[in-house]
Design a protein around this ligand. Structure first.
Ligand code: AMP
Length: 585
């Protein structure tokens, strides 16, 4: 089946061909002819990533009367991200259809700009419910002339509490319009909207009801809660080319996971509700441009994230709402690609696996957290593949070739290969040399058994960093270091060491501990001891013991004794600040 056979005009086909659309996706094939021809309501059950924007967008654009300068279509969607994405897609589809004007209205952006755009003339409004109502109240938006209303991701809109808003907006549209509803899942509330506002809708289901895309591999492993972070790291290391989203249940968990991954040298960042809109946009841009490999998100913050080519979705435990599983896993395997959804399930949430299976109509495969050996093997294969495929810039290296040959003359070809491979590979070998088994035996999962702490081996030994050496430094949160990444950056700057040689960091109020590779502690001590931080001497020394949590050090644990809990008096004679600066770095 071609787009032409579905009944689309050549101007529309021209633009989508330019976008690389060759054949219609299943939902497009089923929906476009109906939406072009039939003057009736419609319900499409489809995941994001199946091509549903074009499924409603293309017939909508073809139906616009460009001589009639009035709002003819309204699309409501749950988030600003989705709103912008739909607007961009529709604008691209209508590139060769003169007179189609699409305007996005969403919260968190200047309402005056949006009003100005609307006043210039618009025939398709794409809006989030809150801002749409605001503009209706201000009499800027009036939907008397609307003939098509789309409710996109209706289940998400209801989850986000927009039920009243949707009702209010729909009340403000003419009774004779067509309503097209799209939803990934069909909870009772969505069915209620369909029955309240739609008449004998034409129904299209892609996949099974509430199901997820066919090309997602659903997997889970059983690990103790305290091992989830280490298990996640292993999966990331096991898949060198992965581009993924990690879902956490709370903001705190998302922050913690992102923080740890960053400290451990991974290219990760967090997306959660505590960030401002501008911060969220910055993180999303980095992720879209693939400047980030791993995005750690909460369910709410991740709504409307539609980034193509996501290879993996991880669930840090099963979500509290079973339906969230479908939304989470739908972030991968978009646009006909395949992807993996891997849930790291703790024993207390193991029973939810069956509920999810019921929900998506598929079994989740029980897999094992990769072992250290498996990870090293994968990394080695990837490394060798890269060496094999790399394009050699002969001209660029020409001036150095003689010196290189001279320096390596004493080694055989085999030795040279081994050495080059080791440069990259040693850190993985080292990181995983003592790695134990993180998997819990499913039969014992109810007992919350599983590994002892030691079995991980890599605890605190991030990316090849041995934890045998531990240093104490008398700077901490009170000095304005808000997270481990910041203090690591400060120490690297001051001492010139490489961040990869630092392992576990414990950041407390007035001091911190760092696990460091052999030889690194001495370097930090020699470079930083005696330096100043806000007129106060920095003191670094080897620690004799590990802190057991909490913000204060007790004398009994073999930690450096002089520091104790610093109080304000300590600064009064030194002329140092009472409020320790946050902006030093
Ligand atoms: P959606 O489900 O609408 O979010 O679409 C997911 C992605 O697939 C978007 O990047 C679309 O541009 C792309 N897409 C939609 N339809 C097709 C098609 N028929 N062929 C290729 N790509 C498509």
């Amino acid at each position: 089946m071609t787009f032409k056979e579905l009944g689309l005009d050549k101007n529309i086909i021209k633009s989508i061909t330019e976008l690389g659309f060759e054949t219609p996706s299943p939902i497009q094939e089923k929906s476009i002819p109906v939406l072009l021809e039939a003057d009736r309501d419609y319900v499409g059950l489809a995941q994001t990533g199946t091509g549903k924007t074009a499924a409603f967008g293309l017939p909508m654009i073809q139906g616009i009367d460009t001589d009639y300068r009035a709002i003819q279509a309204l699309i409501l969607c749950p988030t600003r991200e989705l709103c912008l994405q739909i607007t961009n897609e529709l604008t691209s589809y209508s590139k060769y259809v003169e007179g189609v004007k699409v305007v996005a209205v969403y919260g968190g952006a200047s309402i005056t700009d949006q009003i100005r755009q609307i006043k210039k003339g618009v025939n398709i409004i794409v809006g989030t419910p809150g801002r749409t109502i605001d503009l209706m109240d201000r009499k800027v938006l009036n939907f008397d002339t609307v003939s098509t209303v789309v409710l996109d991701e209706a289940d998400e809109m209801l989850n986000m509490g927009f039920k009243e808003d949707i009702n209010q907006i729909l009340e403000g549209t003419p009774p004779f319009k067509r309503t097209w509803l799209f939803s990934a899942t069909m909870p009772k509330e969505v069915e209620r909207i369909a029955s309240n506002y739609m008449e004998d809708p034409f129904k299209v289901v892609v996949g099974t009801k509430n199901s997820s895309a066919a090309n997602i591999d659903h997997k889970y492993c059983l690990v103790n809660g305290r091992d989830q972070y280490y298990a996640l790291r292993r999966f990331i290391d096991y898949s060198p080319g992965m581009f993924g989203i990690v879902f956490c249940r709370t903001r705190r968990e998302a922050k913690e996971f992102a923080d740890k991954l960053m400290t451990d040298g991974y290219n990760a960042d967090a997306l959660h509700g505590d960030l401002s809109q501008a911060q969220r946009d910055a993180v999303m841009n980095k992720f879209r441009n693939r400047a980030l490999q791993v995005l750690i998100a909460t369910d709410v913050a991740a709504r409307g994230i539609d980034v193509d080519d996501v290879t993996h979705v991880f669930h840090i435990d099963m979500p509290d709402e079973i339906e969230s599983y479908t939304h989470r896993s739908g972030r991968t395997a978009r646009a006909g690609k395949s992807g993996e959804s891997i849930a790291l399930v703790s024993p207390s949430k193991a029973s939810r696996v069956r509920l999810v299976e019921k929900q998506i109509g598929k079994q989740l495969e029980l897999i094992k957290v990769p072992s250290g050996n498996e990870i090293c093997g994968q990394q080695l294969i990837r490394l060798i593949q890269n060496v094999h495929d790399i394009e050699v810039n002969e001209k660029g290296i020409a001036p150095y070739v003689a010196h290189i040959h001279e320096s390596l003359a004493e080694f055989s070809k085999e030795e040279v290969i081994e050495r080059f491979v080791s440069v990259e590979f040693n850190r993985f070998l080292k990181a995983y040399e003592k790695a134990g088994d993180l998997n819990i035996d499913p039969k014992k999962s109810r007992t919350r058994g599983g590994d002892r702490e030691d079995s991980r081996g890599e605890r605190g030994s991030s990316r090849g960093v041995a934890n045998g050496n531990r240093i104490f430094i008398n700077v901490g949160k009170m000095d304005g270091f808000e997270n481990k990444g910041q203090i690591l950056g400060f120490i690297c700057n001051q001492s010139g060491i490489d961040g990869n040689s630092v392992g576990k960091i414990d950041l407390f109020d007035s001091f911190s501990f760092l696990g460091v590779e052999d030889g690194i502690g001495e370097k930090i001590i020699s470079k930083m001891n005696g330096k100043n931080i806000e007129s106060r001497d920095i003191r670094v020394e080897f620690s004799k013991d590990k802190p057991k949590g909490g913000g204060r050090r007790s004398e009994g644990r073999g930690e450096p004794r002089r520091e104790g809990r610093r109080d304000r008096k300590e600064f009064s004679n030194s002329g140092g600040p009472r409020n320790r600066s946050r902006n030093r770095r």
